[in-house]
Ligand binder design. Structure first.
Ligand SMILES: Cc1cc2nc3c(=O)[nH]c(=O)nc-3n(C[C@H](O)[C@H](O)[C@H](O)COP(=O)(O)OP(=O)(O)OC[C@H]3O[C@@H](n4cnc5c(N)ncnc54)[C@H](O)[C@@H]3O)c2cc1C
Length: 338
């Protein structure tokens, strides 16, 4: 366990916003968290649980204590003819877990290769990419209640996973610290290769194995997405709006060529990046914040942007999309207020 007072969070969030926190505590073992809570150190204090800081925007200094679960460890906890259960501690880098699984030929999370952040946060917003969401591989989420220090475990149904959300992101936000996740992976995997760009990249590499799929996805992500170390960002800033057929018709009346993806049940997903681009935001700046020149869905810190500048830019984008298309964009990034 490590405690620091009055620290800069700049190196702890991928937007590299230079916010300060009153205190930062890194936990290297679950017992340290339980002792910390039992001793009443959190009583009446504001706190934030921080993983890799890749889905957060600090609006300003954080007047509270930042809790960082850094517990490490990946272990096999069950084995069946077709499946294997793997438990990963919250502080493991997400992509290290994917590499661990793929290296053994186990399938289920290879499409989520190279997503930044930690295992603990993967379930918070039910990370997803290239046709797969983490919920399909989650068997159990282990946590500690920050209110009373009790251990808890949740089934996938109890997590109430949805598109870039879960109960931990919504109604239980901040109430639990996720300590570990147990995944159920396939020992005889069938690869999910639905996206045309992915199909071509895998075919170019070789047979459709989990290893080749991971290689293809890493190649695509590295060639397309801005590296936060070079251009600070938090990936997609907004969620893709999910709308009814009637709402889609209204959007079509102003933009007949809007792309739409049927989800069933009369609902359609619209690409937020396309909507933002139509409003003319691609590449535009606001102070030191900007919309990435190639990805309208990615907001970037061009240098010394404050969290407030990035937030204000996101607010202006939301207003444009609302007045052009009558749609309200929801932020995917978690906004942390002072
Ligand atoms: C370049 C780039 C590409 C990305 N691509 C994708 C993508 O393809 N798909 C996708 O879904 N996301 C993507 N993201 C977003 C991000 O990587 C994921 O949401 C990731 O899971 C966040 O993990 P983190 O550890 O950085 O969480 P943080 O940003 O530290 O935290 C996010 C939220 O989770 C909470 N939290 C974190 N850890 C815990 C814990 N152990 N217990 C309780 N609460 C916790 C925090 O309080 C906060 O509310 C991308 C981000 C970047 C920068």
């Amino acid at each position: 366990m490590e405690t620091r007072e009055n620290i800069s969070l700049k190196g702890l969030n991928t937007f590299q916003v230079d916010a300060a926190a009153e205190a930062y505590i890194r936990f290297d073992a679950e017992d340290e968290i339980l002792d910390f809570l039992a001793d009443g150190h959190l009583d009446a204090r504001r706190y934030l649980v921080l993983g890799g800081g890749s889905n957060l925007l600090f609006l300003g200094d954080f007047h509270g204590v930042v809790l960082h679960p850094a517990m490490k460890g990946i272990s096999v906890v069950g084995c069946e003819p077709d499946h294997i259960r793997v438990k990963a501690m919250a502080g493991e880098a997400w992509d290290d877990l994917v590499a661990f699984a793929v290296g053994r030929g186990w399938g289920g999370i290879e499409n989520l290769s190279l997503i930044p952040g930690c295992v603990g946060a993967s379930v918070i917003q039910n990370i997803g990419a290239y046709g797969v969401e983490v919920r399909t591989a989650v068997e159990r989420v282990e946590a500690i209640s920050l209110a009373d220090g009790r251990r808890a475990a949740f089934t996938p149904a109890e997590c109430d996973f949805g598109y870039r959300c879960s109960r931990f992101k919504d109604e239980r936000h901040g109430r639990f610290m996720i300590t570990a996740v147990v995944f159920r992976l396939c020992r005889r995997p069938t690869c999910v290769i639905r996206y045309p760009g992915v199909q071509e990249a895998v075919a170019h590499i070789g047979a459709p194995t989990v290893g080749n799929l991971r290689r293809a996805i890493i190649q695509i992500r590295e060639s397309k997405l801005p590296d936060p170390v070079v251009i600070p960002n938090a990936g997609s800033f907004f969620k893709n709006p999910v709308v009814t057929g009637a709402a889609l018709d209204r959007v079509r009346s102003v933009a007949p060529d809007v792309p739409s993806y049927p989800l069933g049940g009369g609902r359609f997903k619209l690409p937020a990046g396309w909507l933002i681009e139509q409003c003319g935001w691609k590449g535009r700046t606001h102070g030191h914040a900007a919309v990435h020149r190639d990805h309208a869905l990615v907001l970037v810190n061009n240098g010394n942007a404050t969290g407030q500048e990035i937030y204000d830019l996101s607010e202006r984008i939301r207003q444009s999309v609302s007045s052009w298309f009558g749609l309200t964009l929801e932020r995917e990034v978690v906004v942390v207020r002072s």
